[in-house]
Design a protein around this ligand. Structure first.
Ligand code: PGA
Length: 246
C-alpha cells in the first residue's frame, strides 16, 4: 500500500491528526499553497487549526488558500456559498492575509473563462502543495461526481442527487440547492504535491471501503487518489468500519 492510512478514535482525534499534518506542511513551507474543503467533516480540523493559531503555534499569514469548489450559480456573499462557509468556519478566525485567498466566482457569466482563470492562478502561485479533501457518500471528491475523468480540470459540473441532498443543510430548503457547481478537476487535484483525505462517520463507510479497496474506477472518483504518490487517509473508527484488510 503506497499510501498511508491512519484510523483514529473519533472526530476530535481526526481534527487533531489532520491539523497536525497541515501545520507540519506550513511550518516546513510558510507560504504553502493549500486547497481546502467545505462540509461538515473539516469543521473539526478548522477548530484545531484555529486553536493552534490563537495559541501562537501556527503562522498562517503567508499561506495561500484555494477552495475546492463552489455552487453555481451562487452569490459569494450568500451564507450558503462555500466561500462564505470557509470564511465563517475558518478564515475569519485566524490571522491570514486576505490577498492570499482565492475562490471560484459562483456568479461568473463565462464559466469556462472563470475555470481557466482559477487554474492559471494555481499555476501562478507555484501549484498546490497540500490538497485536503472530504469524500461524498457517492465517492465524489470536491464536486467531481461519479463518472468524472481522472484528467478532468476545473469546470462546471452537474451535481448528483446525493450531493445536493448532502448540502441541503446550508439552505432553507432542499429545492434551493443549486443543480450545478464549479470544481477543481481530478487532474487538478492529482497535481497537488500532497493529498490528505478525511472521513468521519458510518455514513461514509461504504464510499471509503469501495474507494480504497476496489479497483480504480471513474464511478468512484476518490479511488483515483490511490495513484497519487503522497496520499494520507485519516478516518475515524466508524468511517473505517467496512474496510477489509487492505
Ligand atoms: P461532508 O461533505 O463533509 O459535509 O460530509 C464531504 C464531501 O461531500 O466532500
Amino acid at each position: 500500500m503506497p499510501w498511508r492510512l491512519e484510523i483514529v478514535q473519533d472526530e476530535e482525534a481526526l481534527g487533531k491528526a489532520a491539523a497536525r499534518i497541515i501545520a507540519e506542511q506550513v511550518r516546513a513551507q510558510p507560504d504553502s499553497v493549500l486547497a481546502l474543503p467545505t462540509g461538515r467533516t473539516p469543521l473539526c480540523v478548522y477548530r484545531e487549526l484555529t486553536t493552534m493559531d490563537q495559541r501562537g503555534e501556527l503562522d498562517l499569514r503567508r499561506v495561500r488558500f484555494f477552495h475546492l469548489d463552489e455552487f453555481y450559480p451562487m452569490a459569494m456573499d450568500s451564507p450558503a456559498s462555500f466561500q462564505a462557509f470557509l470564511w465563517r468556519e475558518f478564515l475569519s478566525q485566524v490571522s491570514i492575509d486576505r490577498a492570499n485567498v482565492h475562490f471560484l466566482n459562483g456568479l461568473a457569466e463565462d464559466t469556462t473563462a472563470e475555470c481557466r482563470r482559477y487554474e492559471e492562478r494555481i499555476v501562478a502561485v507555484g501549484g498546490l502543495d497540500l490538497v485536503v479533501l472530504g469524500i461524498g457518500v457517492n465517492g465524489h471528491i470536491a464536486f467531481n461526481e461519479p463518472g468524472s475523468p481522472v484528467d478532468s480540470r476545473t469546470r462546471l459540473v452537474t451535481l448528483c442527487r446525493e450531493s445536493r441532498a448532502a448540502s441541503a443543510y446550508l439552505f432553507a430548503s432542499a429545492e434551493e440547492v443549486p443543480h450545478q457547481g464549479l470544481t477543481m478537476g481530478i487532474g487538478t487535484i492529482m497535481e497537488g504535491q500532497r493529498i490528505l483525505l478525511i472521513a468521519v462517520g458510518e455514513r461514509k463507510a461504504r464510499a471509503v471501503s469501495q474507494s480504497l479497496g476496489h479497483s480504480l474506477t471513474p464511478s468512484l472518483p476518490a479511488s483515483f487518489l490511490r495513484q497519487h504518490p503522497d496520499l494520507t487517509v485519516i478516518l475515524d473508527q466508524e468511517a473505517a468500519s467496512l474496510l477489509k484488510k487492505i
